[in-house]
Write a protein of this length. Structure first.
Length: 211
């Protein structure tokens, strides 16, 4: 199979305006991924599925990732005048990176027996700009997995044919897989409360009836 660099180069040549970035991975697996801009997400997906050299016809796994606001620290070499002499010195800088949500797709070719190729789609933020293009029209198997990401992370997949909760009940608020999620004290809408949830619900109800 082609390298990720070769795939990126061919995508950029085939799809005008596509913005792609190879994301490194420091884990033992070292599986790098390709970040795709949302505007061209669907077009890139179709290319990966239909290209004769790739035929990535199977999306085996789609997962959500929540990235909180963070501070990126790095050291840069800059030139400064010190005692009238220009010298190169190292300065520490800090940059705030706003948080965002991601959908990560692991793609394989059943026809050509290769993969995975991993692509990422990234929202603008974690608050009011959480839309991504649905890739279900390209890979039918993404339907339930995108619904799960919508349910647990709050990503809205534009173009999904049936975007509704799949694990949590309809009245549930918030998104349990977000890193800053706080478990509620009130489980009155839990349709089948049991174990610790049931105990917590009973304690909450007991507090409500106190004079």
């Amino acid at each position: 199979m082609e390298t990720l660099e070769q795939i990126k180069e061919r995508l950029e040549a085939a799809i005008a305006g596509a913005r792609l970035e190879i994301i490194p991975n420091d884990s033992p697996s070292g599986q790098r991924s390709l970040l795709v801009d949302n505007q061209h997400g669907l077009e890139v997906a179709k290319f990966l599925r239909d290209d004769p050299q790739l035929r990535l016809d199977y999306a085996s796994n789609v997962t959500g990732v929540d990235w909180l606001d963070s501070i990126l620290r790095q050291k840069l070499k800059v030139k400064k005048l010190i005692d009238g002499v220009e010298k190169e010195v190292e300065e520490a800088t800090e940059t705030k990176r706003p948080g965002y949500l991601e959908a990560v797709y692991h793609l394989y070719s059943m026809e050509l027996k290769h993969g995975p190729v991993i692509i990422r789609l990234r929202t603008e933020n974690r608050a009011d700009k959480v839309h991504l293009p649905s890739l279900t029209p390209v890979w039918r198997g993404c339907e339930f997995q995108e619904r799960e990401i919508f349910d647990l992370y709050g990503v809205i997949f534009d173009g999904h044919s049936d975007l509704r909760r799949i694990l949590m009940w309809d009245e549930f608020k918030d998104f349990p897989m977000r890193r800053d999620y706080v478990e509620p004290d009130d489980y009155e809408y839990e349709p089948t409360a049991h174990d610790k949830v049931l105990e917590k619900t009973k304690r909450h109800q007991a507090q409500e009836v106190k004079p």
